[in-house]
Design a binder for this molecule. Sequence first.
Ligand code: ASP
Ligand code: MG
Length: 419
Amino acid sequence: MKVFKFGGASVKDAAGVRNMARVLTHFPDDDLLIVVSAMGKTTNALEEVVSAHGTGRDTRAPVEGLRTAHLEVLEEVAPGDAAAVGALEASFRELQRILAHRPGNRADEEYDRIVSLGEMWSSLVVSAHLKQAGIANTWLDARTVVRTDASFRAAKVEWQACENLAIRYLKPLFNAHPGRVLTQGFIGRTADGRSTTLGREGSDFSAAIFAWLLDAESVTIWKDVPGMFNADPKRFPDTKLLKHISYREAIELSYFGASVIHPRTLQPLQQKHIPLYVRSFLDLDAAGSTIDDRGANDALVPSFIVKPQQLLISITPRDLSFIVEENLSGIFWLFARHNVRIDLMQNSAVAFSVVVDDTPRSRQLIAELGKGYEVRYNEGCELVTVRHHDEATLSALTAGKEVLLEQRSRTTARFVLKP
Ligand code: ASP
Ligand code: MG
């Protein structure tokens, strides 16, 4: 049993959907659980619909745009499939029913109800196409199996419940071979039947959840790039493919901001020693990247991760008293309350410095911190993390830039730079 995940870019249009079917024909004998994301930028468009609805703007035009776009792709890839058209139309009617009501006071719950529909639509379209392309498959509503708590927009998986649901509703779908189950990423459901989402870009994590439940032999994330690279090719000239790294290394990289894999994906895979492959859906001959238990190659290639638009904040008690555990815990509490993630921290006797994304939430936090502390900040910074560095690359990297802060361990060097 293999788990495949196709992201929004891979199913962004009719050609993408057809290409996906072509990829599957290379695995004629495998049992496959296939996870798809919403098509292209549908999730962003649905977020717009949610915000328009919340602020009383008209949502008819954007919803109609999404409806026509999906019906058009469906007509192209699965002409004459009246059942699929019916299912798609029913789902859009559901959306219209939700939007017909004024937004309630449960904004996050409503967000999940609406935004989760993108994955329903793409999976209906893809399933219909696969059938016409001769790839028999069972369409599964992922929410039947992915049980979560009610933390809307960032739902937590209830693994034990999922395991029980998988025994009843998922595993029997693989009784005949080769079994093909087509389902959605990103979405789940609470015990009392409310839709949830796992956080933006959460479909990778869904693939890992299904792999964990099925004790899959591997997970493959099919992308428009041929694997995981040691740096973003848009920023660095000579990027190298990371052919083989450990879970641990991949977790570190995604924690520091490498955006190839959703950070939560790796833990369940590591737990069950399920390898993760990142491969190109455009070049099936390319080997791609392998992520598994073996770390022998982790240090072969230095990796560079750049986070732009960072704020370097320095927090000092007004009376220049020492930064100690008591004020630190108060400061951390404020960060947690404002839901601001700290990307890097460092302290001296009287100052506590942190680096965070520059967002409206961070700005509110600065205002709040200013009530009790002297707060200074530097905007427009870059946070650069280098794994497995050598001196030459580091000096090349920082040349001509002002280094505002620096932190080094044996494996990782981090710089806050003012470009
Ligand atoms: N469609 C969702 C998003 O765009 C989930 C995903 O793509 O992984 O965030
Ligand atoms: Mg997406």
